[in-house]
Write a protein that binds this ligand. Sequence first.
Ligand code: 1CP
Length: 355
Amino acid sequence: MSANQNPAGQPPTATYDSAFLKACRREPVPHTPVWFMRQAGRSLPEYRKVREGVPMLESCTRPELVTEITLQPVRRHGVDAAIYFSDIVVPLKAIGVDLDIKPGVGPVVERPIRTRADLARLRDLTPEDVSYVAEAIGLLTAELGETPLIGFAGAPFTLASYLVEGGPSRNHEHTKALMYGDPQLWADLLDRLAEITAAFLKVQIEAGASAVQLFDSWVGALAPADYRRSVMPASAKVFEAVAGYGVPRIHFGVGTGELLGLLGEAGADVVGVDWRVPLDEAARRVGPGKALQGNLDPAVLFSSREAVEAKTGEILAAAEGLEGHIFNLGHGVLPSTEPDALTRLVEDVHTRTAR
Ligand code: 1CP
């Protein structure tokens, strides 16, 4: 069981009463909590400096470097949660998949997974495969004190899209060819990925992560019926595997307006919303019993202060009356974002929502 759980008779943890965890649990908050997807990364000069000469995947295996990079946005912006610095392909690399993260491209897989023989190359993930993750989280939680740490993983569909395509893809044609053309192999692949993902999230929770987010970034490429039939069982298996820890589970994808209800149904406590659907409408689609996270368009941060404030006001107005709201962007921070715009945004949300 996680140290973050607070069942009767157990003392609360340092992060238990944080605004972020309260909002995830749909409890009253002192202010609307804020964090940003991809808050640790290329928008920060201090990140670019410590990453100089260190390849992306190697940086993920160095606990001191991971700790420093994870803390950078907390120090600079005063966000309400840290997100563990890593990448969705780290557990795949850890089980021996021949992949790399190419600068300016993203994850690239040498030999894509498209046949049953390819699938046999995906073995189980053990905690020893990612011992640096538990080590980094130990360092991080000591530094973070009352600030919660969010662990994360890629969801089976989004991981499969990289493995089957061999890299980033606009149309996911090989992925869909497998999904429609060989449903049994597809189901087995997603089930394998669900097991790897669940094992990876368990490592993070047991090491001290206070919440977890499942990134199904590219699942918006699917129609609801296909999502329900071919993807939801695997994502639900991941959520179910970590349900017993009692840490909030966040589910996010891009372009998922038509899937919001199903993303909640898969087992999430919090549903992430991109900027295409207003939060009040998203709440209707998701239904009761879930908090929402979102949803400022990351590109808005390139406009004037007044425009950013106006958009922020619209989001907070749409969030009035939600059971729980965590302010975030509708997708990750864009690399050329002005860091001060993010700091101002955190201050603005905190000031406007102080209770
Ligand atoms: O050298 C570099 O700096 C490479 C850029 C980079 C960074 C900073 C990549 C390559 N990954 C990361 C870190 C990362 N990846 C984080 C950091 C923690 C934080 O949020 O602060 C996170 C959460 C991820 C997760 C991730 N990786 C996702 C899901 C989130 C999302 O943005 O949708 C996805 C889809 C990836 C794949 C990936 N890794 C890197 C890139 C450029 C991409 C996307 C490529 C594509 O377009 O398909």
